[in-house]
Structure formats: C-alpha cells, structure tokens
Design a protein around this ligand. Structure first.
Ligand code: OGA
Ligand code: MN
Length: 289
C-alpha cells in the first residue's frame, strides 16, 4: 500500500496532497487516505488537476456521498449538469453578466440556510486572475474550544435563524433576478449553534454571517452575541487564506469550517471555478421569518 504524503498549509487547518491525478483511476485505499486526511485537516488541496473534466469531478465527488442537486440556487448550475455549479465572473454564452459573480462574499457554511447543510464542498479552480481571488476558511472546532465554559454552556441547545438574504451584501453586484430566486426558494431555518461532527465526534461552533438572530431572541438582543461569535471564529489564528493556482481542487468540510470568497481581484480578469456539494445530514427546523 502506497502511503500519501500530506503537508500542512497553516496552523489552523488545511493540508496539501501531492502526486494525485484524478484523470486516472484512484484506488480505494488511496481514496481512504485522502478521506482521512480531509477529516483530520478539515480542508484538503489536490494541486495539478488542470485536466479534470466535469465528469471526473462528479465521479470523484460521489465517493464522498450523494451530491446536492442545487435546487436552492438553480441559476448557478453548469449547463447540462444539475450537480455542478459554476462560480465565475465570466459572462454567460448569451453575453449576460454571470449570475454567480459575487457568490459567497460573507462568511458562511454551504447551504447553512437550508435543512440539509452541506457535508463536503469540492471546488476546482479552472482559471484564476493574475493575483487574488482568494478564499478564507476558519476552523470552527478551534473557535468552539476557545470559548469560556460559561459561554459554551449558554450556547448549548441554542439555535440560530438563517436568512438566505443575509448572504447578499448591499455592495455586491448581484443579479436582482437571482436574489429574488434565492428568496423564493429558501425560507428561514434554525440551526443548532453547536453541532457534534458525525465522524470526528468533536463539537464545533456552527454559525455564520448568514445568521440573523437566535431563535426565541429578538434581533436587537441577538446582534451583539452574533457579531462577537463571528468575529471570534474568524480570528487570524483560526483562519487559512487560500491563494489559488489553476488546477487546484479543494475539498472542505462544512460541518466544522466556514468560508468566504474575497473578491480581491481585478474584475476585468476571469476567475472560473466549478464545484460540487456533497449532502450532509438533515439538520435544524423551519421557522417564521
Ligand atoms: C463556494 C464558495 C468560494 C470561492 O463554492 O461555496 O463560497 O472562493 N466559493 O469561490
Ligand atoms: Mn460557499
């Protein structure tokens, strides 16, 4: 059995694995090692996958579990592929601005605003600008563990209410039609603020800038604690900033990380990414807005 070699990418999270070519068959035992490295490091990067086809991306992703069909945001789907989305600023074939050009600019966990938050997201960097277009990730195990015993006790059993509209910042250049679609398809849900990771058994803080209040709390009461927890969780010591190379494939665990797409690049240059999402366990419940 050949053992994969991992290199840590930051203190908080992330590991790189070299020598994998996903255009070739991947033995079960190599996949098992990649999977374990992913559970242990929260993020795994497989560089050098420039030639990865949409079909190969889907096949690799399915080894992590059943794929999400992107019913909460159909506009991002790649033509002819329900389970693949394109995140890009590149105009559409019809010459319209890309519907996904400003996705993910607030800290979030994928599909945290639904009753089936994502398990794994698998993002492929197809084309990157000369500089920037980075993504930031935060380790939510560390964020949880660093809280005081008193705040941990307070958060136990609490739920936060997510509103998909909170993912859209006023300064983002979002397509009003896409925003209306997001609103229509995604009603508010409440998610536990502390989740036990089903595979590691560790507790993680589960909270993001898409949470608008705590359940049974008013907005005004919720704001200071929400803001504190998001600021705390995204402290530099819990964060890794990914600087992309074309051909990088990055797998992150949404059950114990949050992330943010920075948009820190020259928008006249193309950034083109594709991704799948592996379905997580059902979580949370519906609430009134
Ligand atoms: C995502 C996402 C980040 C990026 O794919 O869910 O938030 O940098 N993308 O494109
Ligand atoms: Mn995302």
């Amino acid at each position: 059995m050949e053992k994969i070699r991992t290199r840590k990418l930051s203190h908080a999270l992330g590991a790189e694995i070299l020598g994998i070519d996903l255009t070739q068959p991947l033995p079960a035992d190599t996949f098992a090692q990649i999977y374990q490295a992913w559970i242990d490091n929260l993020i795994v990067v497989l560089p050098g996958q420039q030639a990865l086809t949409p079909q190969q991306h889907l096949e690799f992703s399915r080894r992590f579990g059943e794929l999400d069909r992107n019913e909460s945001s159909p506009s991002y789907r790649m033509k002819g592929h329900t389970e693949l989305i394109e995140l890009t600023n590149k105009p559409t074939e019809e010459g319209n601005p890309s519907p996904s050009r400003d996705v993910g600019r607030r800290w979030h966990s994928d599909l945290d605003f639904t009753l089936k938050p994502t398990k794994a997201s698998i993002l492929w960097g197809g084309q990157l600008p000369d500089v920037g277009g980075d993504t930031m990730f935060a380790n939510m195990y560390m964020a949880y563990e660093a809280l005081s015993p008193g705040l941990k006790r307070t958060l136990e059993g609490m739920h936060a209410v997510y509103d998909v509209m909170a993912s859209v910042r006023p300064q983002d250049n979002r397509d009003p039609k896409v925003v209306a679609e997001l609103r229509e398809l995604n009603l508010p849900v409440a998610q536990p603020v502390v989740r036990v990771h089903p595979e590691s058994g560790r507790k993680a803080l589960f909270l993001s800038e898409r949470a608008v209040r705590f359940e049974d709390w008013t907005h005004a009461e919720s704001q200071p604690l929400l803001r504190y927890l998001c600021e705390h969780a995204t402290s530099p010591e819990f964060v890794y900033r990914k600087q992309w190379q074309a051909g990088d494939l990055l797998i992150w665990d949404n059950r114990c990380t949050i992330h943010q797409a920075l948009g820190d690049y020259d928008k006249r240059q193309v950034r083109y990414m594709r991704r799948t999402a592996v379905q997580g366990e059902p979580s949370g419940h519906s609430v009134q807005a």
